[in-house]
Design a protein around this ligand. Structure first.
Ligand code: SER
Length: 582
């Protein structure tokens, strides 16, 4: 059994419910491009919302981190990784959490206690030394010499604000040297494998700390790193997670891994991430903005490295690699199988598009470089605009020659280009799309009414999980543990239509975020909003943090009709509805 299966089985045996991995692109959270940690989709629950699966949860979560994309190519960095996690939402706390981590590591995985060490929170300001964790580790047989106390490394928060708390980190001694008696966290032979965060605080944008409604536990263990550690390899790409992919790349290129590690790791890593992003339910396609741009960069960088290994671009090399990745993961992530043909098409299309210009672009690059020490902004933009070279690719190629790129000059040129396209599309909007957008505005307001109605008809703990509007219909995802009965659907429709008929005014005001929350306004990720927020109210019926736009009176909406109610993912239901002109 692999690490992932063992982990889930262990925590299920301790009363945890397994929850499915959330999509890699967060729904309804435009402030981040990807989920970067297992806890991210759980933020609302760590902040007090009731989770439909209960108070003990376990999962493996797909994560994408692109902040150090450029470091990929070394032995440890990955843009995609899986994070194992177990959570207590106001259920057990430090004692059980530590006890179970210890049991899993020493009994289930069979790690000798002598190879383990931990850090605990030393205490600072109003938050005291974490004596409970310290004593617990001691009682389990970790010697005092192996328990280090720190401040900075033992307080965990995702970003600047949000749920947070002291943590205790678990380290494994990865070396054939004799294990030192005294643990020194800065000694790199000790590798962190697990992080148990005791989330009982909330930090706001101004840095003020308050207590969360409940004491939670949030733990995280990276699958790639821990697997490599347990298998005793110093290069993650030599672990069982990667060996078949690397062997395949070596076969396709006819080159050994040794001596070609960097390009092979980049191809393996980037294609795996591209497979997961393009299989995601969010339907991301390569483009020049946001997640689509990351996807494009990953695929194009992999193509460039494949070319440098001499791989024939006209062969189906990328399809072979994608297939081996899909096969490896599909029993864990059903979307890989369901969307296999989409993934393969995305990769092939992007390869064909880029391969056409890559050779010419590389020739152009040589011309531009031509003995200079700097590539100016205009030339970098030309490589981007005409040959499809993401700026990061130009920078990477340049740095391999010890040359710099005028990034500022590029940005300036790029912005000018964006302004132009924006003006062009605004013109198009006025010309023909205005009608559509009015319909969409109506659907937007209907979404707020539906959200409010479900809270009354189904359960006050119903929360919005996603929404998607076209000129034809609205789609609304919400937390709910059961299929709606016909009666529930009927009552929901009736209530929405009652509010529409009542002709209620829709009003908007700006206020500080804290005030909006206090006044009971509905929102999905409080910490993701700016300090001053816009709040839309529909009489007494609904109040939500929202960017708008909305109709000014509900009477404009027409007749509301639910056309479909189905499962979206576990614990989340989906309603499709239409507005019919009366
Ligand atoms: N949130 C913590 C982390 O990402 C533990 O899950 O490390």
């Amino acid at each position: 059994m692999n690490l992932k299966d063992k982990y889930i089985e262990f925590f299920v045996s301790k009363g945890h419910k397994q929850i499915p991995s959330a999509p890699v692109v967060p729904e309804n959270d435009p402030s981040v491009l990807f989920n970067t940690a297992g806890m991210q989709p759980l933020i609302p629950y760590l902040m007090g919302q009731t989770h439909p699966y209960g108070t003990r949860l376990v999962d493996y979560q797909k994560c994408v981190r692109t902040n150090d994309l450029d470091s990929v190519g070394d032995t440890t960095h990955h843009t995609f990784f899986e994070m194992l996690g177990n959570w207590s939402l106001g259920d057990y706390f430090k004692d059980e959490s530590i006890e179970w981590s210890f049991e899993f590591l020493t009994k289930t995985l069979g790690i000798p206690v002598d190879r383990l060490a931990v850090t605990v929170y030393a205490g600072e300001g109003d938050i005291p030394f974490d004596e409970v964790s310290y004593n617990k580790w001691k009682s389990l047989g970790i010697s005092e010499d192996r328990i280090a106390k720190t401040v900075e490394d033992n307080f965990w928060i995702a970003g600047e604000s949000g749920p947070c708390g002291p943590d205790t980190e678990i380290f494994y001694f990865r070396s054939t040297d004799t294990v030192p008696e005294v643990f020194d966290p800065s000694d790199e032979r000790w590798v962190e494998i697990w992080n148990n965060v005791f989330m009982e605080f909330m930090k706001d944008k101004d840095g003020n700390i308050s207590l969360l409604p409940k004491q939670n536990v949030d733990t995280g263990m990276g699958v790639e790193r821990t697997t490599a550690v347990l298998e005793g390899v110093l290069d993650n790409y030599k672990s069982s997670i990667w060996s078949d992919v690397i062997d395949l790349i070596s076969n396709i290129s006819g080159l050994p891994y040794e001596g070609n590690e960097k390009s092979m790791r980049i191809i393996a890593d980037h294609l795996r991430t591209a497979v997961f992003i393009s299989a995601d339910p969010s339907g991301i396609k390569p483009s020049n903005t946001d997640q689509g741009y990351i996807l494009r960069r990953l695929i194009r960088r992999a193509i460039r490295h494949a070319k440098s290994l001499g791989i024939d671009e006209f062969s189906d090399w990328e399809q072979q690699i994608a297939r081996i990745i899909i096969n490896k993961y599909k029993s864990y992530y059903k979307e890989l199988e369901e969307n296999e043909s989409i993934v393969l098409d995305v990769l092939r299309d992007e390869k064909e598009r880029f391969s056409k210009t890559l050779v010419k672009g590389l020739r152009e690059f040589e011309k531009v470089v031509n003995n200079s020490k700097l590539i100016d902004g205009e030339s970098a933009f030309h490589l981007y605009d005409t040959y499809g070279f993401p700026i990061e690719l130009t920078i990477e190629l340049a740095s391999e020659r010890g040359i710099r790129v005028d990034e500022e000059g590029f940005s300036k040129r790029f912005k000018e280009h964006q302004e132009l396209s924006r003006t062009a599309s605004a013109g198009k909007f006025k010309g023909g799309l205005a009608g559509d957008s009015e319909v969409e505005i109506k659907y937007h307001t209907a979404t707020h009414l539906l959200n409010a109605a479900l809270k009354i008809v189904v359960n006050k703990d119903v929360h919005q999980k996603g929404s998607n509007i076209t000129s034809e219909r609205m789609r609304f995802d919400f937390s709910c543990d059961h299929k709606l009965s016909d009666e529930e659907k009927m009552k929901t429709e009736e209530l929405v239509n009652k509010w529409i008929k009542a002709g209620i005014d829709v009003t908007v005001e700006e206020m500080p975020k804290e005030e909006a929350i206090k006044s009971g306004a509905e929102c999905m990720f409080i910490e993701k909003y700016p300090d001053i927020v816009t709040v839309y109210s529909i009489g007494d019926v609904s109040k939500e943090l929202c960017g708008g736009p909305h109709v000014s009176n509900t009477s404009e909406l027409g007749l509301f009709k639910i056309t479909k109610e189905e499962s979206s993912s576990t614990g989340v239901r989906r309603i499709k509805a239409v507005l019919i002109d009366e």
